[in-house]
Design a binder for this molecule. Structure first.
Ligand SMILES: [Zn+2]
Length: 198
């Protein structure tokens, strides 16, 4: 069968010849993740939030700019006695281990919220969602810089959403079982580098 080169995979939205879906591993996490995606990212070919959604069983991907924790899709995605925290920079900041011990002490259900979009997009989401502004902010310890060279602006101090999720889950669970999350992403970056002059 001859593939039409312009046909895109309906799951990763990449051209079928560059599809990375066969590299996606389904993996479980004790920490549920909710990704709030800016609408500009929804059909972006290099968006990596979709890889998180397809890999992490306990993840939810929602698209929009205005979010409330008391009504609508975000509140419905929250478990009972949810203790949400936001992966973001700015004050007040705690570490992943800091928020984990705080939640353990008080007995809530942790939920990580990741904003998906450019720096400007994630600021727009935050400014349009007053309740999110008071959610505790958690910062990652970052051992290395992003490999996301194919896009200039992104979130979490230059990290792609998939990298932010990988570091968050690795730090939360204190093990390396989430390494496989990066495989489809690294494949996407390596393929794209073939088209971009260095
Ligand atoms: Zn695909």
């Amino acid at each position: 069968m001859k593939l039409n080169k312009r046909l895109n995979c309906s799951q990763c939205l990449r051209p079928q010849t560059l599809c990375h879906c066969h590299l996606i591993e389904r993996i479980s996490s004790d920490l549920p993740i909710v990704i709030l995606q800016h609408p500009d990212e929804q059909n972006h070919p290099f968006n990596t939030a979709r890889i998180v959604r397809d890999s992490i069983i306990q993840s939810t991907l929602l698209t929009g700019t205005q979010w409330s924790l008391s009504e609508g899709a975000l509140s419905e995605a929250m478990p009972k006695r949810a203790w949400p925290f936001l992966l973001y920079t700015g004050e007040p900041i705690v570490s992943v281990s800091g928020i984990k011990s705080e939640i353990n002490e008080h007995g809530g259900t942790p939920v990580a919220i990741i904003l998906d979009g450019t720096w400007r997009n994630t600021r727009e989401i935050l400014l349009s969602s007053p309740q999110l502004q008071s959610v505790p902010r958690v910062a990652l310890l970052l051992p290395k810089t992003s490999t996301y060279a194919i896009r200039k602006s992104n979130v979490q101090g230059g990290l792609a959403t998939i990298e932010a999720a990988y570091h968050l889950l690795t730090q939360w669970h204190e093990n390396e079982q989430y390494q496989g999350l990066l495989t489809p992403f690294e494949y996407m970056v390596a393929q794209q580098r073939q088209f971009v002059p260095s």
